[in-house]
Design a binder for this molecule. Structure first.
Ligand code: PGA
Length: 253
């Protein structure tokens, strides 16, 4: 039985002051739930340092939304794994579709970042997902297979134990259109099969595969009821304590 993992991806939202307010409210509402569900919030870099102490001992972990594929040096605007670790960051989202779409991140770069994050001691949340055009052209399986293989290239079974996969159909992100539980399960089952082929059943059975794309308090439960959906990567609905805590509670009810 895999323990559900629900992470909030705040994207480019909340100042550090607002982030501290949100986290203070959230941790009260989810107190005591960490035995049943793994929880994390992934604020912008500018809030990490402010909220890390507020999360200590609460059962809610800290994640970042990106990292550099370089260790240090003359890379203006980049953030290294060591910098994140120093602030108490545990998870890092890699290859979100917005990074792929707006910042030209490729599967190759995603795999480099994942390898790098693991080497440094961070736990990657690797995102994959098809666009609407790809789904309508019946290319979903092909796209998922290509992205998964490319994004995990070079990782061994031991490393894979530490990786979370987030399946996020691009057409469902921020659109209010969620994949139906059956549509999502179909892709999650494919991901599980691809992981089994690549890393063996023992590893594939343990890997958490989150669903992401317009997950809300009122649709979380039916998605989480599917056998291969092990949690959620939540954007919009993670931006208020009331809604996000309700989503987490409904997921485990
Ligand atoms: P959404 O975003 O929940 O706002 O659709 C999910 C994500 O992009 O991680």
């Amino acid at each position: 039985m895999r323990k559900l993992f629900i992470a909030g991806n705040w994207k480019m939202n909340k100042t550090a002051t607002e982030a501290a307010q949100l986290v203070s409210a959230l941790v009260k509402k989810v107190e005591g739930l960490s035995d049943k569900v793994t929880m994390a919030v992934c604020p912008p870099f500018t809030s990490l340092d402010r909220i890390a102490p507020l999360l200590k001992g609460t059962g809610v972990d800290l994640g970042a939304q990106n990292l550099s594929d370089k260790a240090s040096g003359a890379y203006t605007g980049e953030t290294s794994a060591a910098m994140l670790l120093d602030l108490g960051v545990k998870y890092v989202i890699i290859g979100h579709s917005e990074r792929r779409q707006y910042y030209a991140e490729t599967d190759e770069l995603v795999s480099k970042k994942a390898k790098f994050a693991l080497g440094a001691g961070l736990l990657p949340i690797v995102c994959i997902g098809e666009t609407l055009k790809e789904r309508e052209a019946n290319k979903t399986s092909h796209v998922i297979t290509t992205q998964l293989k490319g994004s995990l290239a070079g990782l061994n079974a031991e490393e894979m134990h530490k990786v979370t996969i987030a399946y996020e159909p691009v057409w469902a992100i921020g659109t209010g259109k969620t994949a139906s539980p059956d549509q999502a399960q179909e892709v999650h089952a494919l991901i599980r099969k691809l992981l089994t082929d690549a890393f063996g059943k023992a590893v594939a059975d343990k890997v958490i595969v989150q669903y992401g794309g317009s997950v809300k308090a009122d649709n979380a439960k039916e998605l989480m009821a599917k056998p291969d959906i092990d949690g959620a990567l939540v954007g919009g609905a993670s931006l208020d304590a009331e809604g996000f805590s309700a989503l987490i509670k409904n997921s485990i009810s």
